[in-house]
Write a protein that binds this ligand. Sequence first.
Ligand SMILES: Cc1ncc(COP(=O)(O)O)c(C=O)c1O
Length: 483
Amino acid sequence: MNKQSRTPIFETLYARSKRRVVSFHTPGHKNAHGIDPRLKSILGKQAGFFDVTVFPEVDSLHDPVSCIKRAQTLMAEAYGVQYSFFLVNGSTVGNQAMLMSACSPGDSIIVSRNAHKSILAGIILAGLWPIWIQPKVDQNLDILFDPTPEQIERAIIQFPEAKAVFVTSPTYNGVTADLVKISEIVHRYGKVLLVDEAHGPHLKFHEDLPISAVEAGADLCVQSTHKILSALSQGSVLHFNSDLVDVNRVRKVISMLQTTSPNYLILASIDMARRQAIFHGERIFERVIKMAEEGRKKINNTRHFFSFTRKEIEARGYDLDVTKLTVNVTKSGFSGKEVDAILAKEYNIQVDAADLFNLIAILGVGTERSDVEQLSRALTEIDHKYHGEAKNWILQIPSLSTEMVMMPREVFLSKKTKRVPLSKAAGQISAQSLTPYPPGIPVLIPGERITQEICDYLQNLSQKELRVSGQETDTLRTVKVVG
Ligand SMILES: Cc1ncc(COP(=O)(O)O)c(C=O)c1O
C-alpha cells in the first residue's frame, strides 16, 4: 500500500473512538457527554471522542514519537522537505516561529512591508531589527506587489548584516513572487529565505499553479492548510528544508509558542488534508482552476467589474494562482466593502475580504461550480441594477523609507510613551503601528522616525474619518510616540 494513503492521527483517534474509552482526562465535556445539546447536534457525538488530551496512545505534539510523528513524516515526504511541523494556531504562529528560530535577538531581517501582522509580532517577540522594503503599488489593478528580486538584492547589498529575507508569496490576491530568482540571490549571499505561503498549500498539487516555496528553494515556509485545502481552521504546517537553520531550534520555538492542549480534530484534519491532496489534488485543482477561469471570464464580461488575469500579472514579472478571484469594483461607483455588503445581504454570498477597491473571493477544495456561477451571476446582476459614478480613488502609500531608531521590541516594552498631535509628530519616534485599509500595510511601525510625509498622509486620512487599525483612540488626531 502507498504509505501516503495512511492517516496515522485520524486512524488512531478513530480506533480509539470505537472503544468508547471512559474519560478521566481533559476536556471536561467527557467524550461530548457534557456538551450543550445544540452544539452537540452540530458536531455529532463522534467528534467528542476525537477531542482528547495528550496521552501515549494519541501521542504528543510537543514530543511526538508515534502517530503525530508518522503524520508529520508523511507530510514532509508529500512536500519533499526534510521536516514538517503541524501547527494549531495557523500560519500566525508559524510566521512567529520562523522569525524566532532563524534569527537571534539583535539580528536584522529584510522584510517587505506588505507582510501579515504576525510578522511584526514575530519581530517584537524575536527582538529583531526589521529592514523594510517598500512594496510596489499598481494603480491600474489597485493592489500591492511583493518586492522584485532586484529590490531584494539591493537591500542585501545595502544591509549585508541582514541574517534573513522574509517574503510573502502568494499575496492575499494570489500573486506570487519570482521565488526561484529570489532564492538564488538570497542563498548566494548566504542568507536564509523564509516564506509566508499561508495562501499556497495547494500550489504543489497542480502544474498550472505557480511554483511552491519549497520547490523554489525556501529554507522555511508556512502554509495555512485550512485556507485552500481541507484542514479545519487553525490547521497549518511549517516546512523545514534548510542547511542554514538548526531544526532543533525550530522544534523548541514551535513548542514554546503552541498550546499544550492541541485540538486533535485539527491535527487529524491536517493529516487528512495531506492524503486528499496527494491522491486527489490534481483532479480537484483541475476543476477549481477551470471554475475560477470561467468565473473570471464572466466577471470580465460585466461593464463595471474586472478580475485581473494570469497574463496581466505575468506581464508585470509575477505569477498568479488563478484560483483566487480579485474583483475590482472601482468603475461601479461602489467601494469593495459596499459590494461585499450587497453580496452578503441580497445574495447570501460571503467573500473573504473587501477594501475600497477590490473584493477577494477564495476558491478551495470544497468549491462547487454552482457557487462560482452564483457569484458571477450576482455580480452581473449588481452590474445591471446599480449605476453609480465611477470613482477616481487612487491607491497610494507614502514613502516608507525612514529611519528605524529603536527596535520594535524595545518600544513595545518601554513605559516611556506619550501622545502628541499629528501636526507635531514629525521627527519623533513612533510607539505604535498604524495600518490604514487600504492599502492594508502599516505606514508607521514602533521604533520608526516619523516623517512629515507620513504625518500629512495620516492627517489626510483623519479628515476623511477613515478608521486606521491600531489607532487606539476614536479619532486619528494624535499619535503615540516614545516620550
Ligand atoms: C499572508 C498571510 N499570512 C499569514 C496569515 C495568518 O494565517 P492564519 O490565519 O492561518 O493564522 C494570513 C491570514 O489571513 C495571511 O493572509
